[in-house]
Write a protein that binds this ligand. Structure first.
Ligand code: PMP
Length: 342
Protein backbone atom coordinates (compact mmCIF):
# COMPACT_ATOMS: atom_id res chain seq x y z
CA UNK A 1 0.00 0.00 0.00
CA UNK A 2 1.10 3.59 -0.40
CA UNK A 3 2.87 5.67 2.21
CA UNK A 4 0.20 8.04 3.44
CA UNK A 5 1.05 8.39 7.15
CA UNK A 6 2.56 11.62 8.43
CA UNK A 7 5.21 10.27 10.77
CA UNK A 8 6.24 12.49 13.68
CA UNK A 9 8.07 9.70 15.56
CA UNK A 10 11.18 10.37 17.67
CA UNK A 11 13.14 7.50 16.16
CA UNK A 12 13.13 5.22 14.30
CA UNK A 13 11.63 8.02 12.29
CA UNK A 14 10.55 9.20 8.88
CA UNK A 15 12.98 8.69 5.99
CA UNK A 16 12.91 10.58 2.70
CA UNK A 17 10.39 8.99 0.32
CA UNK A 18 12.87 9.33 -2.51
CA UNK A 19 15.36 7.18 -0.61
CA UNK A 20 12.78 4.49 0.11
CA UNK A 21 11.75 4.35 -3.54
CA UNK A 22 15.36 4.04 -4.56
CA UNK A 23 16.00 1.27 -2.04
CA UNK A 24 12.89 -0.57 -3.17
CA UNK A 25 13.85 -0.24 -6.82
CA UNK A 26 17.32 -1.66 -6.44
CA UNK A 27 16.73 -3.96 -3.49
CA UNK A 28 16.33 -7.24 -5.37
CA UNK A 29 19.23 -6.62 -7.70
CA UNK A 30 21.70 -3.99 -6.52
CA UNK A 31 22.91 -2.01 -9.55
CA UNK A 32 22.39 -4.99 -11.86
CA UNK A 33 24.55 -7.25 -9.70
CA UNK A 34 21.81 -9.92 -9.80
CA UNK A 35 21.63 -9.99 -6.00
CA UNK A 36 20.74 -7.58 -3.20
CA UNK A 37 23.32 -5.58 -1.27
CA UNK A 38 22.45 -7.37 1.98
CA UNK A 39 23.43 -10.68 0.39
CA UNK A 40 26.89 -9.45 -0.64
CA UNK A 41 30.15 -9.70 1.22
CA UNK A 42 31.11 -6.70 3.29
CA UNK A 43 34.42 -6.93 1.44
CA UNK A 44 32.80 -6.76 -2.00
CA UNK A 45 33.69 -3.70 -4.05
CA UNK A 46 30.00 -2.70 -4.00
CA UNK A 47 29.84 -2.60 -0.21
CA UNK A 48 33.24 -0.98 0.21
CA UNK A 49 32.12 1.75 -2.20
CA UNK A 50 28.93 2.37 -0.19
CA UNK A 51 30.97 2.60 3.02
CA UNK A 52 33.44 5.03 1.50
CA UNK A 53 30.72 7.15 -0.14
CA UNK A 54 28.88 7.42 3.20
CA UNK A 55 32.08 8.54 4.95
CA UNK A 56 32.83 11.03 2.18
CA UNK A 57 29.28 12.44 2.30
CA UNK A 58 29.54 13.00 6.06
CA UNK A 59 32.92 14.69 5.60
CA UNK A 60 31.48 16.92 2.92
CA UNK A 61 28.20 17.76 4.69
CA UNK A 62 29.86 18.64 8.00
CA UNK A 63 33.26 19.89 6.74
CA UNK A 64 35.08 17.27 8.78
CA UNK A 65 38.81 18.14 9.03
CA UNK A 66 41.40 15.53 8.05
CA UNK A 67 42.54 14.96 11.64
CA UNK A 68 39.15 13.41 12.40
CA UNK A 69 38.04 9.85 11.68
CA UNK A 70 34.46 9.02 10.67
CA UNK A 71 33.46 5.63 12.12
CA UNK A 72 30.33 3.52 11.81
CA UNK A 73 29.65 1.55 14.96
CA UNK A 74 26.99 -0.72 16.39
CA UNK A 75 25.33 -0.60 19.79
CA UNK A 76 23.06 2.42 19.37
CA UNK A 77 23.39 5.75 21.14
CA UNK A 78 23.60 4.03 24.52
CA UNK A 79 26.47 1.85 23.29
CA UNK A 80 28.22 4.98 22.08
CA UNK A 81 28.00 6.92 25.33
CA UNK A 82 29.19 3.84 27.22
CA UNK A 83 32.09 3.42 24.76
CA UNK A 84 33.04 7.07 25.20
CA UNK A 85 33.34 6.72 28.96
CA UNK A 86 35.04 3.36 28.67
CA UNK A 87 37.63 4.66 26.24
CA UNK A 88 38.21 8.21 27.43
CA UNK A 89 37.57 8.67 31.14
CA UNK A 90 40.75 6.88 32.11
CA UNK A 91 42.91 9.65 30.72
CA UNK A 92 42.53 11.41 34.09
CA UNK A 93 39.92 9.27 35.86
CA UNK A 94 37.27 11.97 35.81
CA UNK A 95 34.88 13.69 33.36
CA UNK A 96 32.48 16.65 33.38
CA UNK A 97 28.82 16.07 32.44
CA UNK A 98 26.14 18.64 31.62
CA UNK A 99 22.85 16.91 32.46
CA UNK A 100 20.06 18.72 30.62
CA UNK A 101 17.59 15.86 30.21
CA UNK A 102 17.00 12.14 29.90
CA UNK A 103 19.85 11.04 27.66
CA UNK A 104 22.68 13.06 29.19
CA UNK A 105 21.40 11.83 32.56
CA UNK A 106 21.70 8.21 31.44
CA UNK A 107 25.15 8.87 29.94
CA UNK A 108 26.39 10.40 33.21
CA UNK A 109 25.08 7.43 35.18
CA UNK A 110 26.77 4.99 32.78
CA UNK A 111 30.09 6.84 33.14
CA UNK A 112 30.09 6.44 36.93
CA UNK A 113 30.88 2.75 36.27
CA UNK A 114 34.25 3.70 34.82
CA UNK A 115 35.38 6.82 36.67
CA UNK A 116 34.45 9.92 38.61
CA UNK A 117 31.64 11.99 37.13
CA UNK A 118 31.52 15.70 37.93
CA UNK A 119 28.14 17.31 37.25
CA UNK A 120 28.66 20.78 35.78
CA UNK A 121 25.48 21.99 37.44
CA UNK A 122 22.96 20.38 39.79
CA UNK A 123 20.43 18.14 38.08
CA UNK A 124 17.13 19.97 37.74
CA UNK A 125 13.97 18.22 39.00
CA UNK A 126 12.42 18.93 35.64
CA UNK A 127 14.40 19.63 32.48
CA UNK A 128 13.61 22.84 30.65
CA UNK A 129 16.57 25.14 31.32
CA UNK A 130 20.31 25.21 30.74
CA UNK A 131 22.14 27.27 33.37
CA UNK A 132 24.49 29.99 32.12
CA UNK A 133 27.94 28.59 31.28
CA UNK A 134 29.55 31.11 33.65
CA UNK A 135 28.01 29.22 36.57
CA UNK A 136 29.27 25.77 35.46
CA UNK A 137 31.54 23.95 37.86
CA UNK A 138 34.32 22.82 35.45
CA UNK A 139 36.98 20.41 36.69
CA UNK A 140 40.24 21.52 34.98
CA UNK A 141 41.45 17.92 35.30
CA UNK A 142 38.47 16.41 33.41
CA UNK A 143 39.25 13.95 30.60
CA UNK A 144 36.38 15.46 28.61
CA UNK A 145 33.26 17.58 28.90
CA UNK A 146 30.10 15.71 27.88
CA UNK A 147 26.81 17.17 26.75
CA UNK A 148 23.78 16.18 24.68
CA UNK A 149 23.13 18.77 21.95
CA UNK A 150 19.43 17.99 21.67
CA UNK A 151 17.50 16.10 24.34
CA UNK A 152 15.07 14.00 22.31
CA UNK A 153 12.70 13.19 25.17
CA UNK A 154 12.54 16.62 26.75
CA UNK A 155 12.96 18.99 23.81
CA UNK A 156 15.93 20.93 25.19
CA UNK A 157 18.54 22.02 22.64
CA UNK A 158 21.87 23.82 23.14
CA UNK A 159 21.92 27.06 21.14
CA UNK A 160 25.75 27.09 21.34
CA UNK A 161 28.80 24.84 21.74
CA UNK A 162 30.18 25.20 25.28
CA UNK A 163 33.61 26.72 25.76
CA UNK A 164 35.71 24.25 27.74
CA UNK A 165 39.15 25.85 27.73
CA UNK A 166 40.78 23.12 25.68
CA UNK A 167 39.24 20.13 27.45
CA UNK A 168 37.92 17.81 24.67
CA UNK A 169 34.17 18.03 24.14
CA UNK A 170 32.14 14.86 23.68
CA UNK A 171 28.71 15.55 22.21
CA UNK A 172 25.68 13.30 21.72
CA UNK A 173 24.06 14.57 18.52
CA UNK A 174 21.75 11.59 17.99
CA UNK A 175 18.70 13.72 17.26
CA UNK A 176 20.33 16.84 15.80
CA UNK A 177 23.16 15.65 13.57
CA UNK A 178 22.70 17.02 10.02
CA UNK A 179 20.24 19.67 11.19
CA UNK A 180 22.79 22.47 11.72
CA UNK A 181 26.20 23.51 10.52
CA UNK A 182 29.06 22.77 12.91
CA UNK A 183 32.65 23.76 13.53
CA UNK A 184 33.90 20.21 14.02
CA UNK A 185 37.30 21.43 15.26
CA UNK A 186 35.61 22.46 18.52
CA UNK A 187 34.85 18.81 19.32
CA UNK A 188 36.79 15.77 20.50
CA UNK A 189 34.00 13.31 19.70
CA UNK A 190 30.56 13.67 18.15
CA UNK A 191 28.28 10.67 17.93
CA UNK A 192 24.77 10.10 16.68
CA UNK A 193 22.50 7.10 16.27
CA UNK A 194 21.36 7.05 12.65
CA UNK A 195 17.71 6.22 13.33
CA UNK A 196 16.50 9.83 13.29
CA UNK A 197 18.01 12.14 10.72
CA UNK A 198 20.28 9.89 8.71
CA UNK A 199 18.99 6.37 8.28
CA UNK A 200 17.47 3.29 9.84
CA UNK A 201 18.35 1.94 13.30
CA UNK A 202 21.47 -0.16 13.63
CA UNK A 203 24.35 2.19 13.02
CA UNK A 204 25.92 5.00 15.01
CA UNK A 205 28.08 7.63 13.36
CA UNK A 206 31.13 8.60 15.41
CA UNK A 207 33.32 11.54 14.39
CA UNK A 208 36.43 11.49 16.48
CA UNK A 209 39.65 13.47 16.65
CA UNK A 210 42.39 11.03 15.77
CA UNK A 211 44.53 11.69 18.83
CA UNK A 212 41.69 10.49 21.08
CA UNK A 213 41.28 6.99 19.64
CA UNK A 214 40.57 5.09 16.46
CA UNK A 215 39.29 1.51 16.48
CA UNK A 216 36.58 1.03 13.88
CA UNK A 217 33.91 -1.61 13.49
CA UNK A 218 32.19 -2.98 10.34
CA UNK A 219 28.50 -2.48 9.75
CA UNK A 220 25.85 -1.90 7.16
CA UNK A 221 25.43 1.70 6.02
CA UNK A 222 23.55 1.25 2.75
CA UNK A 223 20.42 3.30 3.49
CA UNK A 224 22.38 5.90 5.44
CA UNK A 225 24.57 6.56 2.44
CA UNK A 226 21.45 7.21 0.37
CA UNK A 227 19.99 9.58 2.96
CA UNK A 228 23.28 11.51 3.04
CA UNK A 229 23.22 11.87 -0.76
CA UNK A 230 19.60 13.04 -0.45
CA UNK A 231 20.68 15.72 2.06
CA UNK A 232 23.41 16.88 -0.33
CA UNK A 233 20.78 17.14 -3.08
CA UNK A 234 18.48 19.20 -0.85
CA UNK A 235 21.23 21.80 -0.34
CA UNK A 236 23.22 20.28 2.52
CA UNK A 237 23.11 20.89 6.24
CA UNK A 238 22.50 24.63 5.79
CA UNK A 239 19.24 23.89 3.96
CA UNK A 240 18.29 21.39 6.68
CA UNK A 241 19.01 24.01 9.33
CA UNK A 242 16.84 26.60 7.60
CA UNK A 243 14.06 24.08 7.22
CA UNK A 244 14.33 23.02 10.89
CA UNK A 245 13.96 26.65 11.96
CA UNK A 246 10.94 27.17 9.71
CA UNK A 247 9.17 24.00 10.80
CA UNK A 248 9.77 24.37 14.53
CA UNK A 249 9.04 28.11 14.34
CA UNK A 250 5.63 27.38 12.89
CA UNK A 251 4.82 24.84 15.59
CA UNK A 252 6.04 27.03 18.48
CA UNK A 253 4.07 29.94 17.05
CA UNK A 254 0.92 27.82 17.02
CA UNK A 255 1.57 26.85 20.63
CA UNK A 256 2.16 30.42 21.76
CA UNK A 257 -0.88 31.74 19.87
CA UNK A 258 -3.18 29.20 21.50
CA UNK A 259 -3.96 31.18 24.65
CA UNK A 260 -2.24 28.47 26.76
CA UNK A 261 -4.47 25.76 25.28
CA UNK A 262 -1.18 24.26 24.11
CA UNK A 263 1.92 24.79 26.24
CA UNK A 264 5.61 23.95 26.07
CA UNK A 265 7.52 23.80 29.37
CA UNK A 266 10.96 24.56 27.90
CA UNK A 267 12.72 27.94 28.26
CA UNK A 268 12.47 29.77 24.95
CA UNK A 269 16.22 30.12 24.46
CA UNK A 270 16.84 26.36 24.66
CA UNK A 271 13.77 25.04 22.83
CA UNK A 272 14.57 22.16 20.51
CA UNK A 273 14.07 22.66 16.78
CA UNK A 274 13.78 18.90 16.42
CA UNK A 275 11.75 17.34 19.23
CA UNK A 276 8.91 19.48 20.46
CA UNK A 277 7.09 18.39 23.58
CA UNK A 278 3.84 20.10 24.45
CA UNK A 279 0.75 19.68 26.56
CA UNK A 280 -2.86 20.00 25.51
CA UNK A 281 -5.46 21.64 27.74
CA UNK A 282 -3.43 24.03 29.89
CA UNK A 283 0.05 24.15 31.39
CA UNK A 284 -0.01 20.80 33.20
CA UNK A 285 -2.03 19.13 30.45
CA UNK A 286 -5.35 17.37 30.44
CA UNK A 287 -4.67 13.67 29.89
CA UNK A 288 -8.16 12.91 28.59
CA UNK A 289 -7.89 15.69 26.04
CA UNK A 290 -4.42 14.50 25.06
CA UNK A 291 -5.73 10.99 24.44
CA UNK A 292 -8.44 12.48 22.27
CA UNK A 293 -5.83 14.60 20.48
CA UNK A 294 -3.78 11.50 19.61
CA UNK A 295 -6.88 9.60 18.52
CA UNK A 296 -8.08 12.37 16.20
CA UNK A 297 -4.58 12.92 14.83
CA UNK A 298 -4.44 9.25 13.86
CA UNK A 299 -7.74 9.56 12.03
CA UNK A 300 -5.97 12.18 9.90
CA UNK A 301 -2.98 9.86 9.39
CA UNK A 302 -0.67 11.65 11.84
CA UNK A 303 1.22 9.11 13.89
CA UNK A 304 3.76 8.75 16.69
CA UNK A 305 2.83 12.00 18.42
CA UNK A 306 2.65 10.56 21.93
CA UNK A 307 5.18 12.06 24.37
CA UNK A 308 7.85 9.87 25.94
CA UNK A 309 6.33 7.83 28.79
CA UNK A 310 8.56 9.61 31.33
CA UNK A 311 7.25 13.04 30.31
CA UNK A 312 3.69 12.46 29.05
CA UNK A 313 1.78 14.84 26.79
CA UNK A 314 2.56 15.18 23.10
CA UNK A 315 5.87 15.22 21.26
CA UNK A 316 6.29 16.08 17.60
CA UNK A 317 9.65 15.06 16.15
CA UNK A 318 10.56 17.09 13.09
CA UNK A 319 13.52 15.27 11.59
CA UNK A 320 14.91 16.22 8.20
CA UNK A 321 12.54 13.98 6.22
CA UNK A 322 9.48 15.58 7.85
CA UNK A 323 8.46 18.32 5.43
CA UNK A 324 7.16 21.83 6.06
CA UNK A 325 3.87 20.62 4.54
CA UNK A 326 3.68 17.83 7.13
CA UNK A 327 4.06 20.44 9.86
CA UNK A 328 1.45 22.66 8.21
CA UNK A 329 -0.98 19.73 8.35
CA UNK A 330 -0.17 19.26 12.02
CA UNK A 331 -0.72 22.90 12.99
CA UNK A 332 -3.93 23.04 10.97
CA UNK A 333 -5.14 20.03 12.92
CA UNK A 334 -4.06 21.65 16.21
CA UNK A 335 -5.99 24.80 15.46
CA UNK A 336 -9.11 22.86 14.51
CA UNK A 337 -8.82 20.60 17.55
CA UNK A 338 -8.67 23.62 19.82
CA UNK A 339 -11.82 25.04 18.25
CA UNK A 340 -13.68 21.76 18.53
CA UNK A 341 -12.59 20.95 22.09
CA UNK A 342 -12.41 24.32 23.82
N1 PMP B 1 20.91 9.89 22.86
C1 PMP B 1 19.85 10.54 22.33
C2 PMP B 1 19.90 12.04 22.23
C3 PMP B 1 18.74 9.81 21.88
O1 PMP B 1 17.68 10.45 21.36
C4 PMP B 1 18.73 8.39 21.99
C5 PMP B 1 17.57 7.54 21.49
N2 PMP B 1 16.33 8.10 21.47
C6 PMP B 1 19.84 7.77 22.57
C7 PMP B 1 20.92 8.55 22.98
C8 PMP B 1 19.90 6.27 22.75
O2 PMP B 1 20.03 5.66 21.53
P1 PMP B 1 19.79 4.09 21.32
O3 PMP B 1 18.34 3.83 21.56
O4 PMP B 1 20.21 3.90 19.90
O5 PMP B 1 20.68 3.39 22.31
Amino acid sequence: SSQSALNFGAGPAKLPREVLNDVQYEFISYQNAGMSIIEMSHRSKEYITINKNAQDAIRKLLNVPSNYEVLFMQGGGCGAFAAVALNLINRTGTADYAVTGTWSGKAAKEATKYGKVNLLFPKADKPGSIPDQKTWNFDPNASYVYYCDNETVDGVEFPYVPNTNGVPIVCDMSSSIMTKTLDISKFGVIFGGAQKNIGPAGVVVVIIRKDLFGASHDCVVYVMEKVLQWIIKQGGVKAMQKQAEEKSGLLYKTISNSNSYYSCPIDENVRSRINIPFRVGGKSGNEKLEEKFLEEAEKLSMFQLKGHRSVGGIRASLYNAVSLDDVKSLVKFMEEFQKEHP
